[in-house]
Design a protein around this ligand. Sequence first.
Ligand code: GDP
Ligand code: MG
Length: 162
Amino acid sequence: GLPVLAVIGRPNVGKSTLVNRVLGRRVAVVQDTPGVTRDRVSYPAEWAGRRFTIVDTGGWEVDVEGLDSAVATQAEVAIAMSDAVILVVDATVGITETDAQVVRMLRRSGRPVVLAANKVDSPAQEGDAAALWNLGLGEPYAVSALHGRGSGDVLDAAMAIL
Ligand code: GDP
Ligand code: MG
Protein backbone atom coordinates (compact mmCIF):
# COMPACT_ATOMS: atom_id res chain seq x y z
CA GLY A 1 0.00 0.00 0.00
CA LEU A 2 0.84 3.64 0.12
CA PRO A 3 3.39 4.95 2.62
CA VAL A 4 1.83 6.25 5.82
CA LEU A 5 2.58 9.65 7.31
CA ALA A 6 1.21 10.15 10.82
CA VAL A 7 0.60 13.57 12.31
CA ILE A 8 0.89 13.42 16.06
CA GLY A 9 1.07 15.83 18.98
CA ARG A 10 -0.89 17.14 21.91
CA PRO A 11 -4.49 18.34 21.57
CA ASN A 12 -4.97 21.76 19.99
CA VAL A 13 -1.45 22.14 18.62
CA GLY A 14 -2.90 22.33 15.10
CA LYS A 15 -2.59 18.78 13.74
CA SER A 16 -5.92 18.80 11.91
CA THR A 17 -5.28 22.29 10.56
CA LEU A 18 -1.98 21.06 9.10
CA VAL A 19 -3.62 17.96 7.66
CA ASN A 20 -6.18 20.19 5.95
CA ARG A 21 -3.29 22.13 4.40
CA VAL A 22 -2.12 18.89 2.82
CA LEU A 23 -5.58 17.85 1.70
CA GLY A 24 -6.68 21.21 0.35
CA ARG A 25 -10.25 20.93 -0.84
CA ARG A 26 -9.96 17.23 -1.54
CA VAL A 27 -10.80 16.11 1.97
CA ALA A 28 -12.01 12.53 1.99
CA VAL A 29 -12.44 10.25 4.97
CA VAL A 30 -11.14 6.84 3.99
CA GLN A 31 -11.16 5.16 7.34
CA ASP A 32 -12.62 5.91 10.70
CA THR A 33 -11.94 2.80 12.67
CA PRO A 34 -14.16 1.98 15.62
CA GLY A 35 -13.49 1.69 19.32
CA VAL A 36 -10.32 3.04 20.86
CA THR A 37 -8.92 3.89 17.45
CA ARG A 38 -11.90 5.97 16.29
CA ASP A 39 -9.89 9.13 16.82
CA ARG A 40 -7.39 8.16 14.15
CA VAL A 41 -8.51 9.15 10.68
CA SER A 42 -6.67 8.27 7.47
CA TYR A 43 -6.91 10.29 4.28
CA PRO A 44 -5.48 9.70 0.83
CA ALA A 45 -3.10 12.55 0.14
CA GLU A 46 -0.74 13.85 -2.48
CA TRP A 47 2.11 16.30 -2.08
CA ALA A 48 4.90 17.20 -4.47
CA GLY A 49 3.76 14.43 -6.79
CA ARG A 50 3.86 11.74 -4.07
CA ARG A 51 0.81 9.76 -3.07
CA PHE A 52 0.56 8.61 0.52
CA THR A 53 -1.83 8.11 3.40
CA ILE A 54 -1.91 10.84 6.00
CA VAL A 55 -3.17 9.93 9.46
CA ASP A 56 -4.67 12.60 11.65
CA THR A 57 -4.87 11.82 15.33
CA GLY A 58 -7.09 13.60 17.79
CA GLY A 59 -10.32 13.57 19.64
CA TRP A 60 -8.96 14.75 22.95
CA GLU A 61 -10.86 18.00 23.01
CA VAL A 62 -12.65 16.93 26.18
CA ASP A 63 -10.40 17.56 29.14
CA VAL A 64 -10.64 14.40 31.20
CA GLU A 65 -8.50 12.78 33.81
CA GLY A 66 -5.91 10.61 32.12
CA LEU A 67 -5.72 12.86 29.10
CA ASP A 68 -1.98 12.45 28.84
CA SER A 69 -2.17 8.69 28.72
CA ALA A 70 -4.87 8.94 26.04
CA VAL A 71 -2.54 11.10 23.98
CA ALA A 72 0.29 8.68 24.57
CA THR A 73 -1.79 5.69 23.51
CA GLN A 74 -2.98 7.39 20.32
CA ALA A 75 0.56 8.47 19.54
CA GLU A 76 1.92 4.95 20.13
CA VAL A 77 -0.62 3.38 17.79
CA ALA A 78 -0.18 6.08 15.14
CA ILE A 79 3.61 5.75 15.26
CA ALA A 80 3.38 1.96 14.99
CA MET A 81 1.28 2.16 11.81
CA SER A 82 3.39 4.88 10.21
CA ASP A 83 6.43 5.00 7.98
CA ALA A 84 7.24 8.58 9.01
CA VAL A 85 5.87 11.09 11.47
CA ILE A 86 5.21 14.80 11.68
CA LEU A 87 5.35 15.80 15.33
CA VAL A 88 3.40 19.01 15.81
CA VAL A 89 4.31 21.21 18.76
CA ASP A 90 2.73 24.55 19.69
CA ALA A 91 5.72 26.89 19.52
CA THR A 92 3.85 29.54 21.49
CA VAL A 93 3.50 27.14 24.42
CA GLY A 94 6.84 25.35 24.23
CA ILE A 95 7.53 21.84 25.42
CA THR A 96 5.21 20.20 27.89
CA GLU A 97 5.75 16.91 29.72
CA THR A 98 3.32 15.29 27.27
CA ASP A 99 5.46 16.49 24.36
CA ALA A 100 8.56 15.07 26.04
CA GLN A 101 6.77 11.75 26.56
CA VAL A 102 5.85 11.56 22.87
CA VAL A 103 9.43 12.44 21.86
CA ARG A 104 10.76 9.53 23.95
CA MET A 105 8.22 7.27 22.25
CA LEU A 106 9.37 8.47 18.84
CA ARG A 107 13.02 7.81 19.69
CA ARG A 108 12.22 4.26 20.78
CA SER A 109 10.27 3.68 17.58
CA GLY A 110 13.14 4.70 15.33
CA ARG A 111 10.65 6.30 12.92
CA PRO A 112 11.93 9.25 10.95
CA VAL A 113 10.34 12.44 12.19
CA VAL A 114 9.92 16.02 11.09
CA LEU A 115 9.26 18.56 13.81
CA ALA A 116 6.61 21.16 13.02
CA ALA A 117 6.79 24.20 15.32
CA ASN A 118 3.27 25.41 14.73
CA LYS A 119 1.47 28.69 15.43
CA VAL A 120 4.44 30.74 14.24
CA ASP A 121 2.09 33.22 12.61
CA SER A 122 4.68 35.97 12.16
CA PRO A 123 8.45 36.33 11.72
CA ALA A 124 8.64 37.82 15.23
CA GLN A 125 7.71 34.41 16.64
CA GLU A 126 10.50 32.49 14.95
CA GLY A 127 12.53 32.51 18.15
CA ASP A 128 9.82 30.32 19.70
CA ALA A 129 10.47 27.75 16.98
CA ALA A 130 14.27 27.94 17.33
CA ALA A 131 13.91 27.08 21.04
CA LEU A 132 12.63 23.67 19.93
CA TRP A 133 16.08 22.60 18.67
CA ASN A 134 16.35 21.44 22.31
CA LEU A 135 14.10 18.49 21.55
CA GLY A 136 16.94 16.87 19.63
CA LEU A 137 14.75 16.10 16.63
CA GLY A 138 16.67 18.28 14.22
CA GLU A 139 15.41 21.45 12.63
CA PRO A 140 12.14 22.76 14.00
CA TYR A 141 10.16 23.88 10.96
CA ALA A 142 8.39 27.12 11.78
CA VAL A 143 4.84 26.77 10.54
CA SER A 144 1.56 28.57 10.69
CA ALA A 145 -0.87 25.87 9.70
CA LEU A 146 -3.63 28.43 10.11
CA HIS A 147 -2.22 30.91 7.61
CA GLY A 148 -0.15 28.50 5.55
CA ARG A 149 3.14 30.11 6.43
CA GLY A 150 5.95 27.53 6.17
CA SER A 151 3.56 24.63 5.70
CA GLY A 152 5.01 23.77 2.28
CA ASP A 153 8.50 23.47 3.74
CA VAL A 154 7.47 21.09 6.51
CA LEU A 155 5.57 18.92 4.04
CA ASP A 156 8.52 18.88 1.64
CA ALA A 157 10.69 17.79 4.58
CA ALA A 158 8.20 15.05 5.40
CA MET A 159 8.30 13.81 1.79
CA ALA A 160 12.08 13.57 2.06
CA ILE A 161 11.83 11.07 4.95
CA LEU A 162 8.71 9.17 3.82
P1 GDP B 1 -5.43 19.59 16.87
O1 GDP B 1 -6.23 19.31 18.10
O2 GDP B 1 -3.98 19.38 17.12
O3 GDP B 1 -5.91 18.85 15.67
O4 GDP B 1 -5.56 21.16 16.58
P2 GDP B 1 -6.54 21.92 15.55
O5 GDP B 1 -6.02 21.79 14.16
O6 GDP B 1 -7.94 21.48 15.80
O7 GDP B 1 -6.32 23.42 16.02
C1 GDP B 1 -6.59 23.80 17.36
C2 GDP B 1 -6.77 25.31 17.42
O8 GDP B 1 -5.54 25.94 17.10
C3 GDP B 1 -7.80 25.84 16.43
O9 GDP B 1 -8.47 26.90 17.04
C4 GDP B 1 -6.95 26.31 15.28
O10 GDP B 1 -7.55 27.32 14.54
C5 GDP B 1 -5.73 26.81 16.01
N1 GDP B 1 -4.53 26.79 15.17
C6 GDP B 1 -4.09 25.79 14.39
N2 GDP B 1 -2.97 26.14 13.73
C7 GDP B 1 -2.69 27.41 14.10
C8 GDP B 1 -1.66 28.34 13.76
O11 GDP B 1 -0.77 28.09 12.96
N3 GDP B 1 -1.71 29.56 14.36
C9 GDP B 1 -2.70 29.90 15.24
N4 GDP B 1 -2.66 31.11 15.78
N5 GDP B 1 -3.67 29.04 15.58
C10 GDP B 1 -3.68 27.82 15.02
MG1 MG C 1 -7.44 17.45 15.47
